[in-house]
Structure formats: structure tokens, C-alpha cells
Design a protein around this ligand. Structure first.
Ligand SMILES: C[C@@H](O)C(=O)SC[C@H](NC(=O)CC[C@H](N)C(=O)O)C(=O)NCC(=O)O
Ligand code: NI
Length: 146
């Protein structure tokens, strides 16, 4: 068995592509439009994983955009999508400058959390930092110096 992808449904495809691609830096590897199903699937991969994704047909993320509006209410059972980033402070500052709320600022230089346009929690982990259990944290989004 191999892990293929995570699929999230998005209510605004352009806003989601701006967030995941222009802001986070993911690359669209391919998409599928279904006239009959009235939906669009857009597959995204991290820049360093695009070649592998093409070879294994397993991009990281599948965005599903249903052409007919639906209300998506996230269950507590879904946690987050996690990405390892080169410079967590630079990325969080760029995201905040572009109107993305930093729900957990990267004060420790290790971990930050932001939200997608649909409220999907996105974990950002600094490259070179160990994956360690997160300490309970109390933080005010976008407040104070990191
Ligand atoms: C291409 C492959 O990776 C898929 O996941 S296709 C799965 C298929 N998706 C759809 O039909 C998209 C539109 C649908 N209205 C939806 O919102 O899912 C599917 O079977 N989806 C059902 C599901 O629960 O994922
Ligand atoms: Ni899928």
C-alpha cells in the first residue's frame, strides 16, 4: 500500500489556488473537469515532489470544486495538512501581508498554523526542526512580535 493524496473540497477554486499555489507555493500537476459530474479536480504537489508525483501518480493534495455551491462544515475528526517549509518566519510574514490569518504564530521558530480560505488548518514546520509533539499553546493570531 502507498499513501496517495488528501482530498479537500473547496468553495472558491480561484481563492484556493491563490492560497495553495501563489501563497504556499504548491504546483498544479494536473486537473480533471467533469461536465456530467459538475466538478473540477485540481491536483497539487510541492515543488520538490512534482517529478515524483508525476511518476507515481500521487500528488499530495486533491482539491475538489463542485460547480453547484455546497455548505462545507469541517468535522472535528479532520485535523490539518502539514508542510515543511524553508523559512517559517518569511512565509508567515508573506501570508499575513496577503491577508492570511496566522492562527498560531511561529514564535518558537518551529511550528505555525494558518487556515485555508475554507478554514482547513495548515501546519507549517520549519525545515531542520524535529517533528515533536506540539506543546499546548495560547496565542493571539497576528498579535505582537514573533
Ligand atoms: C480522482 C480521485 O482521486 C478521486 O478522488 S475521484 C472521487 C470522486 N470525486 C468526485 O466525484 C468529486 C465530486 C463529488 N461531488 C465530491 O464532492 O466528492 C468521489 O467519489 N467523491 C466522493 C468522495 O466522498 O470523495
Ligand atoms: Ni482522490
Amino acid at each position: 500500500m502507498e499513501y496517495l493524496h488528501t482530498m479537500v473540497r473547496v468553495s472558491d477554486l480561484n481563492a484556493s489556488l491563490d492560497f495553495y499555489c501563489q501563497q504556499l507555493g504548491l504546483i498544479e500537476t494536473h486537473r480533471k473537469e467533469s461536465e456530467r459530474g459538475r466538478f473540477t479536480l485540481v491536483f497539487l504537489a510541492a515543488p520538490s515532489q512534482v517529478e515524483a508525483a508525476a511518476q507515481t501518480q500521487s500528488p499530495l493534495l486533491e482539491l475538489t470544486y463542485n460547480w453547484d455551491p455546497e455548505a462545507y462544515s469541517g468535522g472535528r475528526n479532520f485535523g490539518h495538512l502539514a508542510f515543511r517549509v524553508d523559512d517559517i518566519y518569511q512565509l508567515c510574514q508573506q501570508l499575513q501581508n496577503n491577508g492570511v490569518t496566522i492562527n498560531r504564530p511561529p514564535r518558537d521558530g518551529h511550528m505555525a498554523f494558518v487556515r485555508s480560505p475554507d478554514g482547513i488548518s495548515i501546519e507549517l514546520l520549519q525545515k531542520g526542526e524535529p517533528l515533536s509533539p506540539a506543546e499546548p499553546w495560547i496565542s493571539q493570531p497576528n498579535v505582537g512580535e514573533w
